[in-house]
Design a protein around this ligand. Structure first.
Ligand code: SF4
Length: 341
């Protein structure tokens, strides 16, 4: 039997959002403040995905953020506050780091965590039991398209195993379960199709989180025009989809309206301590030498969250999108999350 979302968990998520919103309003914090902190707790992964931003040589090594640094960063995230902390890799559920990552979640019950996994490490009995106790955790499983496309982009991965990870978490886990999808030139149509969205919903995803993939030279793999088309397709699906659909950097794509404000801004700390707003963009410093608040105050870092002017040809919105705010599509070239796990 698939377990419904625990009412207490939903309350935790919603109350956290409201508290955060209120605190920001009162404090008048700058809108360039990041939404989420992405921590690459370890470089290790057995995968070989196309355009992975962890260099292949590092994926076979156990380069890790040490425990003191992680503690400090999570304390900073709570104090600022950031909406959530996402543990990525490498593979955050690999046997070499899974226990340590889950301990972080357990020991910080006031922080909302996501763990982004490929779904490849089998979620065995012990891991299931542990996941079932963590109310402040959501699981995010990476998908690239239906079975053939997923396998082409993730040659050591399988669509079925990723679905099985979602299903297992839905049966045992206490938090929300989602899919992370990167949009590329060779998957964006399939990844924004009704068949794909429905297959992930059937697998048990509460939400789908889309972001444009970054190429090795730091550009977005999808040009602005095609990204705009992808957003319009998702907006058209969103109204009738059971799962919530999010897209970086816009937040939830609701029916015919894409908000103009960049809602989702991430800050990534890699396994060596380097800080990025776009994983293949410039590094803005290192958390081993400078504290997070100082790094966040850097004008060049804040400017990297800005909304650039429209580039490329104007999109041809789907009919549902006509009443929407097209200004929202201007942000398509803005910084976004990469995929990991
Ligand atoms: S994208 Fe994630 S799962 Fe794939 S090789 Fe890179 S770290 Fe591993």
């Amino acid at each position: 039997m698939v377990r419904e979302l625990d009412a207490g968990v939903l309350r935790f998520h919603l109350e956290y959002e409201l508290r955060l919103w209120l605190r920001r309003r009162v404090a008048g914090l700058h809108t360039e403040h990041p939404t989420a902190l992405y921590l690459e707790t370890s470089s290790y992964c057995e995968g070989a995905c196309a355009d992975c931003y962890v260099p292949a040589v590092d994926r076979r090594r156990h380069l890790e953020l040490d425990a003191d640094t992680l503690e400090r960063l999570i304390a900073d995230a709570e104090r600022l506050p950031l909406a959530f902390v996402c543990l990525v890799g490498g593979e955050p559920l690999d046997g070499s780091v899974a226990e340590r990552n889950l301990r972080l979640v357990r020991e910080h019950p006031r922080t909302r965590f996501l763990i982004c996994t490929s779904g490849e490490p089998q979620i065995g009995r012990d891991l299931v039991r542990e996941l079932g106790t963590l109310c402040n955790l959501s699981l995010l499983v990476s998908f690239e398209g239906l079975a053939e496309t997923h396998r082409r982009i993730r040659p050591r991965g399988s669509f079925e195993r990723a679905c099985a990870a979602v299903h297992t978490y839905r049966r045992q886990g206490r938090g929300m379960c989602g899919a992370s999808i990167t949009l590329r030139t060779d998957n964006w149509r399939e990844a924004t199709s009704r068949a794909f969205v429905e297959s992930l919903t059937a697998a048990g995803c509460h939400f789908l989180s889309y972001a444009p993939c970054e190429t090795r030279d730091g550009r977005q793999a999808l040009d602005p025009e095609r990204y705009a088309h992808a957003l319009a397709r998702l907006a058209a699906l969103s109204a009738s989809a059971t799962a919530l659909i999010f897209c970086h950097p816009f937040g939830q794509i609701l029916g015919g309206k894409v908000p103009t404000v960049q809602r989702l801004r991430s800050l990534t700390v890699d396994y060596a301590g380097n800080v990025y707003t776009a994983r293949r963009g410039p590094s803005f410093g290192n958390v081993h030498r400078t504290d997070l608040s100082t790094l966040l105050a850097r004008p060049d870092l804040r400017a990297s969250y800005g909304v650039p002017e429209a580039t490329g040809a104007a999109p041809a919105p789907a009919s549902r999108h006509q009443g929407g705010d097209r200004g929202g599509l201007r942000g398509v070239a803005a910084a976004s999350d990469g995929s990991c796990g």
